[in-house]
Write a protein that binds this ligand. Structure first.
Ligand code: CDP
Length: 241
């Protein structure tokens, strides 16, 4: 198969069908715009499994996703959508760059879910956008941006409830969307411990509760165990539905 693109965590291949792509989930991990690099053993399989479970579940609730099927433990077949170069971040609790840039204390529950748009451009360091900047650079129409916002908030509501039942707090997460030939919007990329901040509700300690890529970013150790925990709880919750 022709390799179309190799990203930091996944490789994208063209399949025989022009409308279908294959994504291969790697164990490679990067942070801080790829300044920090490493491997999380088993991550590719876990992220592929967790994303599959969440995409299928969201799809059943009426959210269009790019997911088609999972031919192997690290491979996902997806619809060939054109990715809108925006990273849509939803935050329920202050963490990460929000704390760095605003001085909000990590762990503060936000008064409402905060939706942010970042430009998906590694060379520019994925800058935070404003509504007017989105218009000026013309990467999405105002109507599309409103649709993305509504979808992101709806997905947040579903995921927050889902993770709550897994005894996990959904702190924040990043989504990517794409459009098909008709202009229909689909949820793309992945939803995994790489792209979400997830805190274990059963742990009080601010570091012990972290079940996501922050363990890698901040060298907290037990990264693999945390990812396995998330996978086990997500699969258990899916089975109980
Ligand atoms: O992770 P960092 O502190 O640099 O950025 P953030 O803006 O606080 O990230 C918010 C959420 O989006 C976190 O759950 C990140 O894991 C996720 N994110 C991502 O998956 N990919 C990015 N390029 C940026 C953020």
């Amino acid at each position: 198969m022709e390799k179309l693109y190799e990203g930091k965590a996944k490789i994208l291949y063209q399949t025989d069908d022009p409308d279908i792509l294959l994504t291969y989930y790697k164990d490679d991990a990067t942070a801080f715009n790829a300044q920090k690099r490493g491997q999380i053993v088993g991550k590719g399989e876990i992220n592929c499994t967790v994303s599959t479970a969440l995409f299928q579940w969201l799809e059943s609730l009426g959210i269009p996703t790019h997911y088609i099927d999972r031919p192997s433990s690290r491979e996902m077949r997806v619809k060939a959508i054109k990715i809108i170069p925006l990273e849509v971040v939803v935050r329920n609790i202050a963490a990460g760059s929000l704390c760095k840039q605003t001085g909000l204390k990590e762990g503060k529950v936000l008064p409402f879910p905060l939706v942010e748009f970042y430009l998906k451009d590694d060379a520019l360091g994925d800058p935070l956008l404003t509504p007017d900047r989105i218009k000026v650079i013309d990467i999405a129409s105002e109507e599309q941006v409103n649709q993305l916002r509504d979808l992101a908030l709806q997905i947040n509501q579903y995921l927050q409830e889902f993770f709550d039942k897994c005894q996990i707090i959904l702190v924040d997460f990043k989504l990517e969307f794409g459009v098909d030939k008709t202009g229909k919007i689909y949820l793309g990329d992945e939803i995994s411990p790489d792209t979400c901040r997830l805190w274990d509700k059963t742990q009080e300690d601010a570091q012990a509760r972290i079940l996501d890529k922050d363990r890698f970013r901040r060298d907290l150790g037990d990264v693999e165990t945390a990812y396995q925990q998330v996978q086990a709880r997500v699969l258990q919750q899916i089975e109980s539905l």
